[in-house]
Ligand binder design. Structure first.
Ligand code: PLP
Length: 393
């Protein structure tokens, strides 16, 4: 980080105190534009769970994004942006630009969702029975289980119908009188292995073919009065936290050519659910040293943010966030701890920071926008970091 940026961080910390979580909306817009440019045929549904800050949702809404929500409160966060629209436009937005992509939905949530006739995912017969009973008017997308090999966050043990059962489930849904509009998958979050996408696309293509052979019609009737199937390629698009992560350009090129090869373009609507890719690089956390000790010859810094808070991603998302110091100095291995009275609240036992930092000195972590503040707790009486917005339009 250049000195000018460090000066800006110091200024923000002085003005707002610490810990402070900075959201740069310009970077969010750039990330969304990059996604759109490199996957021009793919409609991007921002996965709200990566960072559900209402101002981020507003920025995405203003950019014309679509949304992947996975709980009723997340749906309402998006709905807040459209509630002023005339009813017909609002309903069109829900139909065309929101997917409820949690395959498991409590009965009472289904009953509420039914009124919006929203698109939802499912992956098992029990869920279909619930949907038939509580939400017969929603549209359905079947989530299939696909390889998550080498992805940072594995999802295939929890979600997805086995591809071998897929057409039987589609048949059940259609026999229940429900509408199946497409197929979805998720290759695992922070996926650095293109084979996952490739295999998933092959599964989806075979399932569409088998369904057609068995005369089960998948698809929705769009404005052009033509049956279109939804192919939802999920999330997983990797962020270059470290140099070894492959570039998004190389992934998008492969995706574009595989999609073209496997799916005749005019009867498929391809959608994706990027979460991390949109928000990770747009956020920076500033924290402060509040205590210092030397234990077994190692310098230990105690900070006012930790793994129960903005660094929660280190636990749930398996993503390390190296700390940097605003002050220069010769770096040495040190330990960094969060503020709570739990030894689990350890950010790192091997951070590299100047050894002569003092209490009140500032540290920062970059690329910390995804699955971080979203899963911060209030444990031990410490509230989540204060949020500051930059470059909002
Ligand atoms: C979490 C999630 C996403 C977002 O995944 P990223 O790897 O952050 O892009 C997309 N779709 C579903 C169904 C999810 O659960």
């Amino acid at each position: 980080m250049i000195n000018k940026q460090k000066t800006m961080l110091e200024k923000i910390a002085r003005e707002h105190g610490t810990p402070v979580f900075i959201i740069d909306h310009k970077k969010i817009r750039e990330n969304y534009n990059e996604f759109r440019e490199k996957l021009p045929e793919v409609q991007a549904y921002f996965a709200v769970k990566a960072n559900s800050n209402p101002e981020i949702i507003k920025t995405m809404y203003d950019m014309g994004a679509s949304f992947d929500v996975a709980s009723f409160p997340e749906f309402m966060l998006v709905y807040d942006n459209i509630k002023h629209l005339p009813e017909e436009e609002r309903q069109d937005f829900i139909w065309n630009k929101i997917i409820y992509a949690n395959t498991i939905k409590p009965a009472e949530v289904l009953a509420k969702l039914n009124a919006y006739k929203i698109l939802v995912t499912f992956d098992n017969i029990e869920e279909l029975r619930k949907i038939k009973k509580y939400a017969p008017d929603v549209g359905l997308v079947l989530r299939i289980r696909v390889p998550n090999t080498g992805s940072m966050v594995e999802l295939s043990s929890k979600f997805g119908a086995h591809p071998g059962e897929a057409v039987d489930l589609i048949a059940e849904a259609i026999n229940f009188g429900l509408g199946v509009e497409g197929i979805s998958f998720h290759v695992g979050s922070q996926c650095n292995n293109f084979d996952n996408y490739s295999q998933a696309l092959n599964f989806a293509s075979s399932i569409f073919k088998e369904a057609q052979l068995r005369n089960y019609h998948i698809g929705f009737t769009g404005k052009e009065e033509k049956k279109r199937k939804i192919l939802d390629i999920g999330g997983g698009f990797p962020v270059k936290y470290t140099p070894d992560v492959k570039s998004f350009s190389s992934l998008s090129e492969k995706l574009n050519s595989e999609i073209k090869r496997l799916f005749p373009i005019d009867d498929i609507q391809v959608i994706a659910e990027p979460g991390r890719f949109i928000v990770a690089t747009a956020c920076t956390l500033i924290t402060k040293i509040v205590g210092k000790a030397v234990r077994d010859g190692k310098t230990c810094y105690y900070l006012n943010d930790g793994v129960y808070h903005t660094f929660s991603g280190q636990v749930f998302d398996h993503q390390p966030y190296p700390l940097h110091s605003i002050k220069g100095g010769v770096k040495k291995v040190c330990a960094t701890f969060g503020p709570t009275c739990d030894a689990f609240d350890t950010i790192s036992l091997a951070d590299e920071l100047p050894e002569d930092l003092q209490i009140d000195d500032l540290l920062y972590a970059e690329n910390i926008g995804a699955y971080s503040i979203a899963s911060s707790t209030h444990f031990n009486g410490f509230p989540p970091a204060k949020i500051v917005h930059l470059n909002k339009l």
